[in-house]
Design a protein around this ligand. Structure first.
Ligand code: UD1
Ligand code: UDP
Length: 398
């Protein structure tokens, strides 16, 4: 019933997209749905891109747009310009976008204007902080989507308040957690610790939010706090390229117990996280992963679009000024004793998403077949669209 010529096109481009896309692609593959994977090239370093494809068993991307880095406008525009002719050629049944990066919004805009339906995986997250570029990407993407897959119940209310038809919203759980649970057996904390020569007690930090790493002033305050933390425990920092120059300029490495690394692969990273006494981060995904692993997480941000990691998980928000004090409390065991895994973070989000998509494709195909029948019935011979075409009238869009 589904046209084999109309694939589902997945758009991924930045590090956090890959662990979200992997279980969705796998679940659709299991249902024999034709798919195309487009890598926008937003991230291009081996350790931010290729290593994820390899470790998560993703297919080699069918196309890489190679957009690279640039300002927001340059990067968003480059994805749009690269994607438009490709989507025209592919004529997808559905485009699937992930998360909140520039590639996500760019792809949604192109698809929506070509009247190609869009599905958003991880819809409805809100930090209500418009100084975050991701918040703009999230809000606009959600306005353009036909199918909205949410990871957390509060997202349903946020979307409804923004006027999204609730019939389009599907609470399916968290595909990033599917990836985490599917790979649990590969996360060897002890091996990761030894390979970096770390003592038994260590902490992990990741940093890449513009508000923390772009200005030397904020970066210097943060580095000062991280040095105080390293007075207590060894601190390993697989450092995102975004902040490297500024953080090093303000002296990040000038402490013997701070171990700055290049970003590490997914398996190595989660292995390190699993064995850490505390994780310090400004990442979105890491807040979720620590919640499921039960590792205390201090999020160095004033807000989070993932409040369920605070209400159910191990996460706490901290300002730079509070960081050392809160860290010491957590180290003394004053973290949360009670922890619940958020609802539906059970490793089955990918199959749920695939189920909704397949049903949606079938309903759409049935509707189209029904319309074709009606056209034949009403004209007795040729479809209305064909008659209109022959007469030179405008042919109705899809
Ligand atoms: C992007 C996302 C952010 C996400 C993060 C995940 C946007 C607006 N931001 O931020 O939401 O949390 O990815 O990691 O989409 N660079 C490299 N090598 C690379 C890629 C980038 O060196 O492979 C450097 C470049 O100097 C670049 C800078 O990192 O200018 C920032 O990259 P960019 O993709 O613009 O944003 P991120 O900070 O990575
Ligand atoms: N991650 C990784 N190696 C690292 C740092 C992070 O594999 O050195 C993984 C992490 O486990 C999570 C994803 O990258 O799955 C999160 O990406 P990031 O923090 O860059 O983006 P965000 O989630 O903030 O958008």
């Amino acid at each position: 019933m589904l046209s084999p010529l109309s694939p589902i096109v997945h758009i991924a481009g930045a590090r956090p997209n890959f662990p979200k896309a992997a279980p969705v692609i796998a679940a659709l593959t299991a249902r024999c749905i034709p798919q195309v994977l487009v890598h926008t090239g937003q991230h291009y370093d081996e350790q931010l891109s290729e290593v994820f494809l390899r470790q998560l068993g993703l297919p080699e991307p069918d196309v890489n747009l190679g957009v690279g880095s640039g300002s927001h406008a340059q990067q968003t525009a480059a994805v749009m310009v690269g994607l438009e002719p490709l989507l025209r050629d592919l004529d997808p049944a559905l485009v699937v976008v992930y998360g909140d990066v520039n590639s996500t919004l760019a792809a949604s805009l192109v698809a929506a204007k070509l009247l190609v339906p869009v599905a958003h995986v991880e819809a409805g997250l809100r930090s209500f902080d418009v100084t975050m570029p991701e918040e703009i990407n999230r809000r606009l993407t959600d306005q353009l989507c036909e199918l909205l897959f949410v990871t957390s119940p509060e997202a349903i209310g946020y979307l409804a308040r923004e006027g999204v038809d609730v019939g389009r919203i599907h609470f399916v759980g968290n595909p990033m957690i599917d990836t985490l649970l599917a790979n649990l057996h590969r996360f060897d904390a002890e091996a990761a610790r030894r390979s970096l020569g770390l003592p038994e007690r260590y902490a992990v930090a990741t940093l890449h939010r513009p508000s923390n790493v772009d200005s030397p002033e904020s970066a210097a305050d943060l580095v000062h706090a991280l040095h105080e933390i390293a007075d207590e425990v060894d601190l390993v920092i697989p450092l995102h390229p975004r902040g490297r120059a500024v953080l090093e300029e303000v002296g990040l490495r000038r402490h013997p117990r701070i171990h700055v690394q290049d970003p590490v692969g997914y398996v190595e990273f989660i292995s390190l996280v699993r064995g850490a006494v505390v994780v310090l981060t400004d990442s979105g995904g890491v807040q979720e992963e620590t919640t499921v692993l039960g590792v205390p997480c201090l999020t160095m941000r004033p807000n989070t679009e993932r409040p369920i990691t605070i209400t159910h998980g191990t996460n706490q928000l901290v300002t730079t000024g509070e960081l050392v004090r809160v860290f010491k409390k957590v180290l003394q065991g004053a973290g949360k004793e009670e922890r619940q895994v958020p609802p539906l973070w059970d490793g089955r989000a990918g199959p749920r998403i695939a189920g909704v998509i397949v049903e949606w494709l079938e309903q759409r195909a049935n509707k189209e077949a029904h319309l074709r029948d009606l056209e034949l019935f009403s004209t007795g011979s040729a479809p209305i669209s064909k008659i209109a075409q022959d007469r030179g009238d405008g042919v109705p869009g899809r």
